[in-house]
Design a protein around this ligand. Structure first.
Ligand code: GLN
Ligand code: ZN
Length: 772
């Protein structure tokens, strides 16, 4: 029985890679230094895993930016627009980072490759681009170099490659009319070339990540799998090929794997899908070793040894021990590095630390599980098992989890609490009387620029250099300015600007019961960007108001309407590490009730418009389409619990950050927000497509300009976009707004853009009176 790992976090336990990358990009450090820091991280990771006792340690799991981009460079899938950078003047790093981040220097202006989410994680990868005349050739030897580098350290690693089929399926056909799976014929020779070189260096195992084997596959894709692994195995009979699946179960692709794939080992994710073990044990022939992914690679909780051992013992009953491997469920890329760095400065965290495990601790768990599975009676390991049982008992009995008040509230939510008293039609009439807004009302999505000054005050306040009062005074000044300025440019519905928030989830998490925050719990999101998700460890409860003072203060400064601004339950859930001892849907309900209390209190304090942001609704969709319905049911119910507590006259807004919502538009309509603002300026037509077949019943503000770039839109293009919208959506339903919050923008662009937007709305109103 072997232990192995699928991948280790590469950002560095203190985000060393982030820091050096950003310094390199801004010209503050040399490529030599960057390469050295990267090398140090790799060797530290390898040695650490060796120390812990992992038998098969991965290599090529490191990446300077993204592992999919690395593959594109390995096989030379470099889009033509970067070819000018392939001359001698530019380095490999220039080309690499240009593909990731674009290249705007001298007289070049080359657009970066697209980025998208890695399955249902918060990691984003660079999407391979394929063209009709696509050719592949060995371009980067990174995988070989790193294998060699580890070998020099005395470690014979298991190189990790994205399997050819998954690599192709992760990409996008860019131009021309062709089917990307046909490219495999041209791609495989490059893989063969690479593997030959690895074989020459003495490689024993190679891990091919094939997460698509856990998803719905067409017959054509299944055939592709068959052919690819037939070729690879017949070319390299001596190399042990492991296929790694994760994030979902392989159940319905099991005959393909068991009967048709010539591989030596299969890794399955038993955290996400423990039910697949039975069918896998039934079907998988003994010639294919089985890697059990029992330690959760995507969350931060300590493994429950007894449960994992159950799975391992079941496996031992049905196959030889020597054909079993133990591993984390997926690459540890999605876990923070090292719990030992948390020194328990914060009280809750020190209480719950014993329930948790980060990447380093998880590998330890893998090793202990193997020992426990093999030699049950060794004292050293029996003590570890007992300690583990004790931690879980403590957790189950903890006061943090046994909050009866929250439990009662959740279990007694009635039908009435998830539906507003009256239909939108009736509400709309009452709201028109109450709010007296013009046609084409203008508003923003909530945040205004978070300038250096604002962040600096927060930093000083957190370090104790500013008193709470001083800090609050600064925030108040910002709000005052923002309100004055919004009045001056004549926006209709104002916002306070969110200056007090570092992050739209963290801000609420910090004030709610049941959330903890780490100091070093960073996880890579993309490139050098990391996130530090809050940890939801217990019952979520709201003991005090969170936004009421700021909103009421802002409203007191103006006779115009100020919109309250909250983050919704689905987004808070989605962007946190969530407790694993109860269903996500239940935790989401607890959050929904907490945010509902805030909605109610805002209303009681005279706030007439309240926005509940749900930018993460779509990304919570399960990977398998058969599971969508159940998710949407509880997610939308949670939103409605939050939103339906108000009276008819109070207007509820929501905001979402994506344009492809055609496939879930009727679910979004069921949320029954009075107004939805949605990102869509980058693909206006796509969004409007949704309205051809579906009459969206409530009010809607299709974002009229892209806030992700500093570019300032002009009035006429905004008017044009709104004209397009009018073809599908009745004028009385339309709002005018940017497509997301303005937090990352500078004030100058913000001012000019919003002026153009307000001007556009005014023109539209004039047009309207002329029409009548
Ligand atoms: N209200 C938030 C803001 O304006 C919404 C951010 C988001 O959609 N991601 O920043
Ligand atoms: Zn947004």
């Amino acid at each position: 029985m072997l232990t192995h790992n699928l991948g280790y976090p590469r950002i560095g336990s203190k985000r060393e890679l982030k820091k050096v990358s950003e310094e390199y990009w801004s010209g503050k450090t040399t490529s030599k230094n960057l390469i050295q820091v990267a090398k140090n991280i790799r060797s530290q990771n390898w040695l650490l895993q060796k120390d812990i006792g992992i038998d098969l340690i991965p290599s090529n799991d490191f990446s300077l930016y993204d592992q999919v981009l690395d593959m594109s460079l390995m096989v030379g899938a470099i889009p033509k627009r970067f070819e000018t950078l392939l001359s001698e003047k530019f380095s490999y790093l220039d080309v690499y980072y240009a593909m990731a981040r674009g290249y705007q220097k001298d007289d070049h202006d080359i657009k970066a490759m697209e980025m998208t989410k890695w399955f249902d994680t918060n990691y984003h990868y660079i999407v391979p681009e394929f063209y009709e005349d696509q050719e592949f050739q060995l371009f980067s030897t990174k995988v070989i170099d790193e294998f060699y580098e580890a070998k020099e350290l005395g470690i014979l690693t298991k190189p990790v490659l994205i399997g050819p089929v998954s690599y192709i399926l992760l990409g996008k056909e860019k131009e021309g009319n062709f089917d990307k799976t046909e490219l495999l014929k041209k791609l495989i020779p490059v893989y063969i070339e690479i593997i030959e070189k690895l074989e020459a260096l003495g490689v024993e195992w190679i891990q091919f990540d094939e997460p698509f084997l856990g998803l719905d596959l067409s017959d054509k894709e299944k055939n592709a799998y068959k052919e690819v692994y037939l070729i690879l195995k017949s070319t390299f009979p001596k190399i042990k090929i492991m296929i790694a699946t994760y994030f979902e179960g392989v159940t319905d692709n099991l005959s393909l794997i068991a009967d048709d794939l010539l591989i030596n080992a299969l890794h399955i994710d038993l955290v996400r899908n423990p039910e697949q073990l039975g069918p896998v044990l039934n079907k998988l022939p003994d010639r294919i070793q089985l890697s059990l992914g029992v330690v959760d690679g995507r969350n931060i909780w300590k493994n429950e040894y007894q449960e994992s051992l159950q799975l391992i013992f079941n496996t031992i009953k049905s196959r030889d021990k020597d054909t079993i491997l133990i591993a984390p469920s997926c690459s540890l890329l999605h876990s923070p590095c090292d719990l030992d760095l948390e020194k328990g400065e914060n009280i809750v965290l020190s209480d719950i630390k014993d329930w948790m495990a980060f990447a380093k601790q998880k590998l330890n768990e893998v090793v202990v599980l193997k020992q426990l599975a093999l030699s049950k009676e060794q004292d050293e390991f029996l003590i570890k098992l007992e300690n583990n049982i004790q931690s879980h008992t403590n957790r189950r009995n903890s006061k943090y989890i046994q909050n009866l008040k929250v439990k009662d509230r959740v279990s007694s939510i009635s039908h009435k609490e998830t539906h507003r008293d009256n239909s939108f039609k009736i509400r709309k009439e009452l709201q028109e009387k109450e709010l007296r807004l013009p046609f084409f009302p203008t508003t923003t999505i909530g945040s205004f620029p978070q300038t250096k000054a604002v962040r600096n005050w927060r930093y000083k306040y957190k370090k104790g250099e500013l008193s709470l009062e001083e800090y609050n005074d600064h925030i108040k000044d910002e709000i005052r300015n923002a309100i004055d300025w919004q009045e001056k440019i004549d926006l209709d519905v104002l916002v306070h600007g969110e200056f007090e928030r570092n992050d739209m989830v963290e801000y609420f998490g910090e004030q709610l019961e049941g959330f903890a925050f780490t100091k070093f719990g960073w996880v890579q999101s993309y490139g050098s960007r990391c996130v530090k998700p809050p940890i939801i460890y217990g019952s979520v409860d709201r003991l005090k108001a969170m936004t009421v003072d700021w909103t009421v203060f802002a409203q007191s400064l103006t006779s115009k309407l100020v919109k309250g601004m909250l983050t919704g339950p689905i987004t808070i859930l989605q962007w946190s590490f969530v407790r694993n001892d109860q269903p996500r849907s239940l935790t989401c309900k607890e959050i929904a009730l907490a945010i509902r209390d805030e909605v109610k209190e805002l209303e009681e304090n005279g706030i007439k418009i309240i926005q509940i942001d749900e930018p993460a609704l779509r990304e919570g969709l399960p990977l398998r389409s058969k599971d969508w319905k159940a998710y949407l049911k509880w997610a939308i119910e949670a939103f409605k619990i939050t939103a339906t507590v108000v009276k008819n006259e109070t207007q509820i807004h929501t905001h979402m950050c994506y344009s492809e919502f055609n496939d879930i538009i009727d679910d979004i309509a069921r949320m029954d927000a009075d107004v939805i603002t949605i990102e869509c300026s980058r693909s206006q037509m796509e969004l409007l497509d949704a309205f051809k077949d579906f009459e969206y019943p409530n009010d809607i503000g299709p974002g009229v300009y892209d806030i992700h770039a500093p570019r300032i839109p002009n009035t006429s293009e905004i008017v044009d976009l709104m004209h397009k919208a009018q073809q599908y959506i009745p004028i009385r339903q339309l709002w005018v707004n940017p497509d997301c919050g303005l937090k990352t923008r500078g004030w100058k662009e913000t001012e000019e853009s919003l002026k153009a937007m307000v001007e556009a709305a005014k023109q539209l109103r004039v047009e309207m009176t002329q029409m009548v």
